[in-house]
Design a protein around this ligand. Structure first.
Ligand code: SF4
Ligand code: SF4
Length: 175
């Protein structure tokens, strides 16, 4: 070892060096600790398993679940179709088509005619939320994300808005 080279020891050498390295006292102490831990678990009442879905789980801070789109104070989609989220997305799973905003929408030029996220390609990195200049998109704390088809996991603008209506900032847990 001192020469910087490594050669596999024979079986006898491996066994010997291992037993020399571990002191018997340390072995006893660690074994006693393991046994004590086992007995503590045996006598402690209650289940350590969450009975999902009957019991709900609270996601930890920083958990990033499925996305939602926000509305502004007038109930319009907040997104201004600037494409910043799509440009930042490393998975390239956001598709946006921009349309000209109605003349009465004087605070913006564009809005998303089409806004889709393919959640089967998404890696839940949160970059889209970070990149948005108008705080229009966020990741939620949802975790029941199963579906029966691939198509169901492509969320369009209206579905993302409904998710925002239902949950909104209450479930946004991205710090
Ligand atoms: S969370 Fe990441 S991968 Fe998913 S849509 Fe946003 S930027 Fe793309
Ligand atoms: S969600 Fe935000 S970043 Fe993405 S297009 Fe809309 S305004 Fe731009």
């Amino acid at each position: 070892m001192g020469s910087g080279k490594y050669s596999m020891p024979s079986d006898g050498e491996t066994r010997d060096s291992r037993w020399i390295a571990v002191s018997p006292v340390a072995l006893l102490v660690e074994s006693a600790k393991a046994l004590a831990h086992t007995f503590r678990r045996l006598v402690r009442r209650g289940s350590f398993t969450v009975q999902y879905p009957e019991e709900s789980l609270s996601p930890k801070k920083g958990y990033r679940g499925e996305h939602f789109l926000k509305r502004d104070s007038k109930g319009r989609v907040k997104c201004v179709a600037c494409f910043m989220c799509a440009a930042a997305c490393p998975a390239k799973c956001i598709t946006i088509e921009a349309g000209k905003a109605p003349p009465e929408w004087t605070d913006r030029e564009k809005y998303p005619v089409r806004f889709e996220i393919d959640l089967l390609r998404c890696i839940y990195c949160g970059m889209c939320e970070e990149a948005c200049p108008v705080d229009a998109i966020a990741l939620s704390g949802t975790f029941p994300i199963v579906a029966e088809s691939r198509k169901e996991k492509v969320y369009d603008r209206d579905k993302l808005l409904v998710l925002g209506d239902n949950f909104g900032d209450k479930i946004s847990v991205v710090p």
